[in-house]
Design a protein around this ligand. Structure first.
Ligand code: VGL
Ligand code: ZN
Length: 250
């Protein structure tokens, strides 16, 4: 169903959208909130992969978490072993994080490859950098999903690895959302142009009406956000504002 092009720095779907029949058939309004990767390493001042102004979105995220309307509130954590393929120093001493890319092959299917950015070392399992920021009201969370544990797989999406044929890293998130008969998915967190984007696009693929709340996210590359937003909307995800109908109904 999906195919990754290897000539692009950020991988992208090249596919016809097909919505999940179970979620499509579902009626009513059972929304889930996904809070993506609100971890120290993605936040100033000390994060190794700090997203500009990342901490400023926390009051809105905590407000959303406090709304009684959500059926489920789920946070995700990027959770890498030291050998992770996305870490620039694991490739060569001169590999440049943020600038250089690598081509990754699916360990279970050598035919499948994708090209992706290399990053500074970040979100190492069980380190302070991987912890959720203390401002986040975690008492409201129903689940915390870990992703990116497989050293050979980049996993921006909180659902599964980009190459799903066969699926080599399924976090279990799709099952949790379908089991709770979720109809709508609202995504906030970090980073808008990577994990938020891929998570939202996969939520749409799973058949949920999917929204990114724009004031609840920040991009690694703020300059590129308008173009990125158009690409995300091309996949059927709506990027909405807190003033919009989709948020006001919460
Ligand atoms: C992310 C780069 C590498 C993210 C995770 O959370 O957006 N970005 N790992
Ligand atoms: Zn990562």
């Amino acid at each position: 169903r999906h195919h990754f092009t290897s000539n692009q720095s950020l991988f992208s779907w090249e596919s016809v959208h097909c919505d999940h029949p179970r979620a499509m058939a579902r009626e009513g309004f059972r929304p889930a909130l996904l809070v993506v990767d609100m971890q120290e390493d993605f936040c100033p001042p000390s994060g190794t992969l700090a997203v500009p102004n990342a901490r400023t979105i926390l009051p809105l995220i905590n407000h959303l978490l406090s709304l009684p309307t959500f059926t489920l509130r789920i946070a995700t954590k990027d959770w890498h072993p030291p050998t992770h393929i996305s870490f620039a120093p694991n490739h060569s001493p001169t590999t440049r994080p943020f600038l250089d890319t690598t081509t990754i092959t699916n360990p279970l299917n050598p035919q499948e490859t994708y090209t992706t950015h290399l990053w500074p070392i970040h979100c190492l399992q069980d380190t302070p950098g991987a912890s959720l920021v203390p401002e986040l009201n975690t008492s409201k969370l129903d689940h915390i999903i870990h992703k990116g544990q497989n050293p050979q797989v980049e996993m921006y999406s909180a659902f599964y690895s980009p190459l799903r044929n066969p699926t080599i890293s399924d976090s279990g998130l799709a099952k949790i959302l379908h089991s709770a008969e979720i109809t709508h998915v609202y995504v906030v967190g970090l980073a808008a142009d990577y994990c938020v984007r891929c998570t939202a696009e996969d939520a749409k693929m799973e058949g949920f009406k999917t929204y990114i709340i724009e004031e609840g996210t920040k991009a690694v590359d703020p300059e590129g956000w308008e173009k990125c937003k158009a690409e995300i909307e091309g996949k059927g995800v709506k990027v909405v504002s807190i003033g919009g109908e989709e948020v006001k109904r919460l």
